[in-house]
Design a protein around this ligand. Structure first.
Ligand code: ADP
Ligand code: MG
Length: 706
């Protein structure tokens, strides 16, 4: 073994044209949404009356009229066949965290020939053999069936491959007893819960009932590496992250990558990604270089949360597939490379009541009071349920970001920006007279000072920041589904709305604003400990947060406990989002997945160290020893010091490998410790083995050569 393949990859990349000519996306965007069965397609393929009923279900949440399913299915099939589809699938999101599909063709034999058929029943329910999906004990194996149920609020779409296409129907996935086995079902339930609570609260403000729309804009970070390097790293292609690799001389210290000009090869990739996404009606909007070398970001425009979550799953898939076409690999792992930034998924969340964003600071006293009430509800919710927010972003991959020395910290705190913090401060004092930016402020009669959008988002170290008209939750990991964080946000804010509505329900109208002001004042007093506008990356904040009594949950194992607490079970049951069995099942599934991952990584590390690194080190050691012996024979200066250094490292590595092997039979903490110890030695070895003998692509190559 030598560095032959590493160097071959570098040479090939060097010889490749910087920007191969490709087919450009049409500039007029006429193709936007052409692979989605959207309103336009429905109008074109369905009779008016059926269309009207379907829209009522989609837009107003009216129950679906079962009689129209047959006609909708027929239209959908025709539309899909016109786009080259021969198969359909119920597309769902099991607890594995990825998406699942089982294809059926439209084929139906008839008199020795075949026709294309697709019934209303095919559209509405599916029965995948679900026994191999994780259920955490919810589905005993003798009752292995699960069913998928059409979600008409997320439009069907076409997925293309080289020589064909498949109609994908977004569905929820449940057990036969109706328990959720997926990520979509609880999200839909949480939106309903928020609708009920918002109706109560808005009713008190005299706002007539309207539809709640939760909006989500999920910024997606990722790394790209050349496939030729990737395939030489078993850790990357098996675990999605490097388990070894010494820091290169230059990585992100110069801060020269962020927002830098995008390399031609990457721009070509991004263009193709956007073309695919636009065809699918996914509003990819922003693209740029991220902080770490070879790290990038894609942000779509925000959308209704259920749709945005589905779209994020599609975005991750398109990123991977298009990367492959470009000879690249898209790494969505939270921490593919040690020592440089990891990847997150910024979850921009807001609630609209009818056409009004409740997190939009008001232009008039009425809207102003609603905004401050919503803001205080979120403050209350985040402080009261920080454990659930932390749970929602837990996982083996994200443990390397949260709680390690990296952004954002595992302590859930909120950033409001100076001006809003000032307003909240006044609210607390109960004498809102001294605003830096406006005169006295009294709920129900005064307006807020206009809050400049940009000024609110200068703090990038906070896990939960108010950014003008939405909250940005920055802790979710890049590979995680958007579902959990939003299930938690919707549910805890529903509870906060209810708490406020309960307290104000009996207050006479003329004292409403006065009592509201007192209540908000109380909320701020009791929960302001969660507000922190300083630098969240410092040790001082860790100490300060501890003084404030804020939890600092560093690991997945600790974070998952939130799923079992009595209070949380009661909360989710009250809002009909999860029952106790569903929570237990999720705890089981997450725990098991965590343990499996750690164990797999441990085995990979062990194998690579023993079978790849150790033999190379031995070879280098043997060469140094014989060079030293020969030098002595000739009476020349020896290389004894070098031979000794290699020999000592050999001994150290052998013992670290042995410890790793032993740890594989022990509990996960031991595995993690042994992996960390092994990594330290292997990375030192990388520094002393001659480059010509090192077969694993180095960080400097993976991060800078593409
Ligand atoms: P950055 O956070 O990097 O400054 P942007 O300001 O462009 O980025 O916004 C990030 C994301 O927030 C985008 O996906 C955007 O569509 C989304 N966003 C904007 N307004 C809302 C909203 N009201 N609700 C949810 N997401 C929103
Ligand atoms: Mg952002």
């Amino acid at each position: 073994m030598s560095n032959e393949y590493r160097m071959k990859a570098v040479k090939e990349i060097a010889a490749a044209p910087a920007a191969p000519v490709m087919e450009a996306a049409p500039a007029d965007l006429g193709f936007y949404g052409e692979d989605v069965f959207n309103a336009e397609a429905m109008r074109a393929y369905l009779p008016k009356e059926i269309c009207r009923k379907l829209f009522a279900t989609i837009d107003e949440g009216a129950p679906l009229d079962p009689d129209i399913a047959g006609e909708v299915a027929h239209a959908m099939k025709k539309w899909a066949i016109d786009r080259g589809a021969t198969h359909f699938t119920h597309w769902f999101q099991p607890l594995t965290g990825s998406t699942a599909e089982k294809h059926d063709s439209f084929l139906e034999p008839e008199d020795g020939k075949a026709i294309m058929a697709f019934s209303g029943k095919n559209l509405i329910v599916g029965e995948p053999d679900a026994s191999s999906f994780p259920s955490g004990g919810l589905r005993s194996t003798f009752e292995a069936r699960g069913y998928t149920a059409w979600d008409p609020t997320s439009p069907a779409f076409i997925k293309r491959h080289g020589n064909g296409a498949t109609l994908c129907i977004p569905t929820a996935f449940c057990s036969y007893t109706g328990e959720a086995l997926d990520k979509k079902t609880p999200l839909l339930r949480s939106i309903q819960a928020l609708q009920k609570s918002a109706d109560r609260l808005m009713g008190l403000f005299g706002v007539p009932r309207q539809k709640v729309t939760v909006t989500l804009g999920a910024e997606q970070e990722y790394f790209l590496v050349d496939k030729r390097f990737y395939l030489q790293r078993p850790d990357l292609y098996q675990a999605g992250r490097t388990l070894f690799g010494a820091a290169p001389a230059k990585h992100q210290q110069m801060e020269d990558h962020y927002f830098g000009s995008i390399p031609a090869r990457i721009l070509n990739f991004m263009n193709d990604v956007e073309k695919e996404l636009w065809k699918l009606g996914i509003p990819a909007k922003t693209r740029h270089n991220e902080v770490a070398p070879a790290q990038f970001e894609l942000a779509p425009m925000f959308e209704e949360v259920n749709l945005a979550c589905d779209h994020n799953m599609q975005i991750m898939e398109v990123l991977r597939q298009v990367a492959d076409r470009h000879g690249l690999v898209c790494l969505l792992h939270e921490k593919p490379f040690a020592g440089i930034n990891g990847s997150g998924k910024h979850n921009n969340w807001s609630v609209n009541y009818g056409g009004t964003n409740l997190l939009n600071p008001g232009k008039d006293p009425h809207q102003n009071a609603i905004f401050l009430t919503t803001l205080c509800a979120v403050i209350y919710a985040v402080d009261t349920h920080a454990d659930l927010l932390r749970m929602a972003v837990s996982g083996a991959g994200n443990d390397h970001r949260l709680g390690a020395n990296e952004a954002p910290p595992a302590i859930i705190s909120m950033y409001l920006g100076d001006q809003l913090a000032d307003v909240v401060g006044q609210l607390e004092k109960g004498e809102p007279k001294s605003s830096k930016h406006a005169g006295a402020m009294k709920l129900g009669s005064d307006t807020l000072p206009p809050l400049p959008r940009d000024a609110t988002d200068r703090n990038r170290t906070s896990p939960f920041a108010f950014t003008g008209n939405k909250f940005e939750f920055r802790a979710p990991g890049s590979s995680q589904s958007c579902s959990e964080p939003n299930v938690v946000l919707n549910t805890i804010v529903a509870e906060a709305f209810d708490m406020i509505a309960d307290k104000l329900a009996k207050v006479p109208a003329k004292r409403f604003h006065e009592e509201l002001q007192k209540l908000l004042q109380k909320i701020v007093k009791e929960h302001k400990r969660v507000i922190f506008n300083g630098n969240g990356y410092t040790d001082e904040w860790v100490a300060e947060a501890e003084r404030r009594g804020l939890p600092n949950t560093r690991t997945t194992m600790e974070a998952l406990k939130a799923l079992n607490s009595k209070a949380n079970v009661a909360l989710f049951e009250k809002y009909g989002v999860f029952n106790r069995r569903e929570l237990e099942s999720r705890y089981e599934v997450n725990l098991e997945e965590y343990h499996k991952r750690i164990h797999i990584e441990g085995k990979i590390a062990y194998g690579m160290a023993r079978d790849i690194v150790l033999p190379q080190l031995l070879e280098a050691y043997a060469e140094a020893l014989s060079a030293n012996a020969m030098a002595k024979e000739q009476g020349l200066p020896g290389v004894g010091a070098r031979a000794r250094e290699l020999g000592e490292k050999y001994a150290a590595l052998e013992s670290a490998v042995a410890r790793m092997g032993k740890a594989l039979g022990e509990k996960h903490e031991r595995i993690l410790e042994a992996m960390a110890a092994l990594r330290t030695v292997v990375d030192e070895v990388e520094g002393i083995v001659p480059d010509g003998k090192w077969p694993l692509p180095k960080y400097r190559e993976m991060l800078f050569v593409y």
